[in-house]
Design a protein around this ligand. Structure first.
Ligand code: 1HN
Length: 350
């Protein structure tokens, strides 16, 4: 069947194909198997980045260039299956960003959506449309598309976070716009914590209408609250066979994912718990905030510890096992796949 293997080549056919290319044409029957595969065929490979190794290189960058000159001082985590393409999965970009004490990363905005997950440091801030959020390890912060954002570090220590952006997705759609603000900081509009008070307490301002905003009005999800929720649920003992205790970050005004293009989750794997094999069409980036464990991803075995980052490709079975209570943050393009009717998952027999 021509969808599974290309028809036999003959000298006459080959000669014909050779005449098609100069005319900017191609024969579909030679391409079917690549274009419409029976199952996802991803160039993305499972991979682990050790935090300490990336951190050492990032600190070197701190001596080579300022955050301001670089605009953002980031080391991109590139999937070895697609080297040189600034992506960690087919649709997502990830990097580790360093802001040194006293530095500012100037205000700009772009149509790409960003998420931050804090790895190290305490007391630096990011500001979204003029509202500052002080960042601590494990905090999850979103920067909606086209929102002005700047970062600063008034603390005494380096601040490092993981950035996740939908850059390759926006690139594929040729929908990138960006501009600088022209000053370091966007004018401060509201006091720090305003978004959490308004939208993050299981309540909404009376009369609030979300309009056409597809992003959560909450842009900071502090770690201590999410961690406490996982701990309470851990004690209830109802663990998902494939995920342990797993919660997703939501837009409290809609119940949908916090951002339209990227979905993020936090999960607790109790000590000794081994998850059942699971696969889904959304390639996912993971990092541990606490604990250590082993993940079997297809044929690869990855041993991770705190702040290491690893990637699970689309439709590749994964099983996690925790050596001690472990907490994993993860993100993927699942909201996009769900909206387009493309998301599939396979829980094995679980
Ligand atoms: C960006 O704006 C940030 O604001 C980080 O921290 C990484 C990578 C590509 C394009 C824009 C940030 C980015 C980025």
């Amino acid at each position: 069947m021509s969808m599974e293997s290309a028809p036999k080549e003959t000298p006459e056919r080959q000669a014909y194909y050779d005449r098609l290319a100069p005319a900017d044409l191609a024969a579909l029957w030679t391409r079917f198997p690549q274009l419409v595969s029976r199952e996802p065929q991803s160039p993305i490979v499972p991979h682990l980045w050790r935090y300490d190794a990336v951190r050492a290189l990032l600190m070197e960058a701190g001596e080579l260039i300022t955050a301001k000159e670089a605009e953002r001082r980031v080391l991109i985590l590139e999937n070895p299956g697609l080297p040189g393409q600034s992506r960690i999965t087919r649709t997502l970009y990830a990097g580790l960003q360093l802001v040194l004490p006293g530095e500012i990363a100037p205000a700009h905005r772009h149509t790409q959506t960003a998420l931050r997950f804090v790895m190290e440091g305490e007391g630096a801030h990011t500001a979204v449309d003029g509202e500052k959020t002080i960042m601590r390890p494990g905090d999850f912060v979103i920067t909606p598309n086209w929102a002005w954002h700047d970062h600063g570090n008034d603390s005494a220590d380096p601040m490092i976070w993981m950035d996740g952006l939908d850059i390759p997705l926006v690139q594929m759609l040729d929908a990138s716009f960006a501009e600088g603000f022209g000053a370091d900081e966007y004018p401060r509009a509201r006091p720090a914590g305003d978004n959490l008070a308004r939208f993050g307490q299981g309540m909404l301002p009376v009369g609030y209408e979300r309009g056409d905003n597809l992003n959560s009005p909450v842009f900071s999800y502090p770690y201590d609250r999410s961690r406490e929720a996982l701990e309470t649920l851990r004690r209830s003992g109802e663990w998902d066979a494939c995920h342990g205790v797993k919660l997703r970050y939501v837009n409290p005004a809609t119940g949908d994912w916090a951002m339209p293009t990227m979905g993020a989750c936090l999960q607790l794997l109790p000590k000794g718990f081994e998850t059942a094999a699971y696969r889904s069409t959304d390639a996912s980036v993971f990092t541990a905030t606490e604990g250590s464990g082993v993940s079997r991803i297809g044929d690869e075995t990855i041993e991770w510890g705190p702040r290491d980052i690893f990637v699970v490709p689309s439709w590749t079975p994964v099983r996690h096992e925790a050596n001690e209570d472990a907490v994993l943050f993860s993100f993927s393009d699942r909201p996009v796949q769900e909206k387009l009717g493309l998301f599939r998952e396979d829980r094995g027999n679980a």
